[in-house]
Design a protein around this ligand. Structure first.
Ligand code: PLP
Length: 367
């Protein structure tokens, strides 16, 4: 039986354009830092990719730094001093850096409910999330940003836009971030490339000493093949976005949710009443472990995820769902279906059938 991939928020399938670009660049012999012809050719590949990423993000090429992952790009942006503030809904890549004494609260819809007016004196950065990887819930970061900039100690703002870039019309001027993070493997580029946008005049943390690559911000010879793939993916993703392909994705997602609700009276859909990215559906049935659902669906041929997909095989209680005020029985039950432009209605019909069968079995056993 053909496998059905419904885990696009973990990583999206590689776009053919990205594959072709990478294969072509594998034979580029030069190092982008070398001054000879081969080096200049490699440099031009790097800069073309930077322009294509810039076009997708709506930024100038010069404001983009390539890193080895979004996780690395985040670590480069967050001050070393341990003075960054964020929320329990943040992805581990951000959350691991946050001070734990003060966190931004969220309401039951997963939206920030902080007034964003006063921060501790030593707070140098506020981390905001554009869209949540587990629930797809979006935040109005552009509306919040002026309040943060107007606060007494004027912290900078990092916007983790990893899940929103390419799936929505958001560009850097509509996000309010001083630093904005993107991850090309979420929109059809290769894994292992991260993107950091920073406003002119700002700087980054040097994670390691070495050469002067990326304007001295990220030492080490660039991953030219990966970056070329990322650039090609950005170009194709921008075209998709401009052609409105995500509207059809949203229709499919909404259809899926309506089916789930009609088949399972006690299914809880998270964030259904708020603005979300178009491809994500997170839901749970109190008491039915997400881990079990993921395994059952995997056996039936469907790749989905439970809790945070990036937690390498560990399925734990979802910090995001708990932060929204739900109890452990739901936070442990959350699964996520995340789809993309290649997902078909018949694939989702198959998923609904398999999931509903497993749900009825669970209910029959639990009764
Ligand atoms: N931020 C968010 C919201 C994510 O969803 C992810 C990955 O799932 C990351 C950051 C980390 O991205 P990367 O895998 O490129 O390090």
């Amino acid at each position: 039986m053909a496998r059905v991939y419904l885990d696009w928020n973990a990583t999206a399938p590689l776009r053919p354009e990205a594959r072709e670009a990478m294969i072509a660049v594998m034979d580029a012999v030069g190092n982008p830092s070398s001054v000879h012809g081969e080096g200049r050719e490699a440099k031009s590949i790097l800069e073309t990719a930077r322009s294509d990423i810039g076009e997708l993000l709506g930024s100038e090429r010069a404001d983009i730094v390539f890193a080895g992952s979004a996780t690395e790009a985040i670590a480069m942006a967050i001050p070393e001093s341990g003075s960054a503030l964020g929320a329990k809904i943040d992805h581990d890549a951000v959350y691991a850096h946050l001070r734990d004494d003060v966190t931004l609260g969220v309401d039951q819809h997963g939206r920030y409910d902080t007034d964003f007016e006063a921060f501790p004196e030593d707070c140098q950065m506020v981390c905001l999330q554009s869209a949540n990887s587990e629930t797809g819930i979006m935040q109005d970061t552009l509306g919040i940003a002026p309040k943060i900039w107007a606060s007494a100690n004027k912290p900078t703002i990092l916007v983790d836009a990893v899940q929103a870039i390419a799936k929505t019309g958001l560009r850097v001027d509509k996000m309010g971030g001083d630093y904005v993070i993107a991850s090309p493997h979420k929109f059809g580029g290769p894994k292992g490339v991260g993107v950091l946008y920073l406003k002119p005049g700002l700087d980054t943390r040097r994670l390691y000493a070495g050469g002067g690559q990326e304007e001295g911000r990220r030492a080490g010879t660039e991953n030219l093949v990966g970056v070329a793939g990322a650039g090609a993916a950005a170009k194709a993703a921008k075209q998709d976005r401009d052609n409105g392909v995500w509207e059809a994705v949203q229709e499919l997602r909404d259809w899926l949710e309506a089916e789930l609700l009609s088949n399972a009276s006690d299914v809880v859909l998270f964030g259904q009443e708020t603005v979300r990215i178009p491809n994500t559906s997170a839901f749970g049935v109190a008491g039915w472990k997400g881990e079990t659902q993921v395994m059952q669906m995997d056996l039936a041929g469907y790749a989905i995820s439970a809790g945070s997909a990036c937690s390498s095989g560990k399925v734990k209680q979802s910090r995001v769902i708990s932060a929204m005020g739900y109890g452990a029985d739901l936070a442990q039950s959350t699964i996520r279906v995340s789809i993309g432009p290649n997902t078909t209605k018949s694939e989702l019909e198959g998923f609904v059938q398999s999931w509903t069968k497993a749900y009825r079995n669970y209910k029959a056993k639990a009764a």
